[in-house]
Write a new protein. Structure first.
Length: 460
């Protein structure tokens, strides 16, 4: 609630700064906009930026440092026997104080010193909120006053505002790049630690996956086997089944909606298809485990086939249904965006509608269609919940869709669930699998860029 009030106050200051900056520009020009170097609204933006940016910087810095400062002050006020205890015990005391402050723990049930420390914590937090409000308001008003004093007819307010926005965009892109690099390096370093224990060739070409390792010396049957081929095969099998379901249905749906359906049918059908993308994956998992898998098993028994209750077929079919919107919606937008002049040219040469779609529209929209299919492939490879509930956890090396399999993402989740030690090959194997997923995704992106570049040059 305190944060919401602070945001509302700073928002009011920014809006007021914009209004007064715009008004100041009109006053300086005596109401004649032609005398100004920029439009009046840019002067308002200029003043609003000078008001908002310093206040938001202080707010961000305050939020990062407030908790640590208050915690240190509260610890300094605790009895000496508590402050001199071990780091683990001190952390437990701090967590208990925070639980009392947040209301997760009743103060009457806590020790007197904990209750007193919680009251001290609340008092310091109140002082911090008041100080933050005062500092933000003062900085905002100071910045707005400074900007208002520099508003004149010759000021290039538009250039300054656009340069500020450019710096902001560069900062956002830089954060995104460094975040990506951080993710890659963190996965890579942990994967290198794993490959120091398990040879790369054994991981990449091994045919047995059993990551259970010995907990104590001399334990039998827990040496661990980290051959990831069964995981790769299971991932490809489930993804292939999903794409066999999603690509034809999604692509045919997109062609119908963009080329044959009336505007009313398109307006009704497209949102209904896109609802499939908004259904939680756990719902698809329940649907696969409770409906689709028993259906396939009963159907197989009627034909004399033995289908596992947890099969790649059930998981792949339900996953394919889930990713239909990724193919249909994007492909529909791309096909619909093909210029009408291409269609008219084909019709003028005597082509039928179906021939125009096959020989003109689809080739022209092929880059977007390929991009939608690759997006669907990435979504299928990264899916976890449906595979866990419908295909199981067994790492079977098989190409039979009627048997149970597992995928790379499922094993990553399995390896990192619970209390794990990050110095054992069992846990570090998750990072090696993540690195493989990253490389596969990178290859898919490279292929997509190649296809888009090749065909886009042809039709530009």
């Amino acid at each position: 609630m305190h944060m919401l009030i602070l945001f509302l106050i700073i928002l009011v200051l920014i809006v007021a700064s914009f209004y007064y900056g715009r008004r100041r520009a009109l006053v300086v020009s005596n109401g004649n906009i032609r005398k100004l170097n920029s439009l009046p609204r840019y002067y308002g933006y200029y003043v609003a930026l000078w008001c908002g940016i310093p206040a938001l910087i202080i707010f961000t810095f305050w939020q990062f440092s407030e908790s640590a400062i208050i915690t240190n002050l509260v610890i300094a006020g605790l009895p000496e026997d508590v402050t001199s205890s071990s780091k683990q015990q001190l952390n437990l005391v701090i967590n208990e104080i925070r639980n009392v402050v947040s209301g997760n723990m009743v103060a009457d049930t806590a020790l007197p010193q904990i209750a007193a420390a919680a009251d001290h914590y609340r008092h310091l937090q109140t002082i911090s909120d008041i100080a933050l409000l005062v500092v933000m308001t003062a900085l905002g008003l100071t910045g707005a006053t400074y900007a208002l004093s520099h508003v004149d007819q010759q000021q290039k307010a538009r250039n300054k505002v656009e340069n500020t926005i450019l710096v902001f965009l560069i900062a956002c892109s830089t954060i995104a790049i460094f975040t990506t690099m951080g993710i890659i390096l963190s996965v890579l370093f942990e994967a290198i630690r794993f490959f120091q224990s398990v040879p790369f060739t054994d991981f990449l070409f091994g045919l047995e996956w059993s990551p259970q390792t010995a907990i104590r010396p001399g334990q039998v049957g827990a040496s661990g086997a980290f051959g990831a081929v069964p995981l790769f095969v299971g991932t490809l099998l489930v993804s292939l089944i999903a794409m066999v379901v999603a690509v034809p249905i999604g692509l045919m749906s997109a062609i119908y909606l963009s080329e044959y359906a009336s505007s009313r049918v398109r307006a009704l059908s497209k949102p209904m298809l896109e609802i499939l993308a908004g259904i939680p994956t756990v719902v698809y998992g329940f649907f696969a485990a409770l409906t689709v898998a028993p259906f396939f098993r009963g159907w197989g028994e009627s034909l004399g086939l033995e289908i596992s209750s947890e099969s790649a077929l059930a998981a792949g079919v339900v996953m394919g249904i889930m990713i239909i919107p990724f193919v249909s919606s994007l492909s529909d937008d791309v096909i619909y965006a093909v210029p009408q002049s291409l269609r008219d040219g084909a019709y003028s040469l005597g082509a039928t509608q179906s021939e125009t779609i096959r020989k003109v529209v689809i080739p022209a929209a092929l880059p977007g269609i390929v991009a939608s299919i690759l997006l669907a492939v990435s979504r299928a490879i990264g899916e976890t919940m449906i595979v866990v509930m419908a295909a199981g956890l067994a790492a079977n090396l098989t190409a039979n869709p009627l048997e149970s399999v597992t995928t790379v993402t499922v094993q990553i989740v399995t390896l990192l669930v619970g209390d794990q030690e990050f110095d054992s090959p069992k846990t570090l194997a998750a990072f090696a699998l993540g690195l493989v997923l990253f490389v596969v995704t990178l290859m898919l992106n490279v292929i997509a860029l190649y296809v888009v570049k090749k065909y886009r040059e042809q039709y530009e």
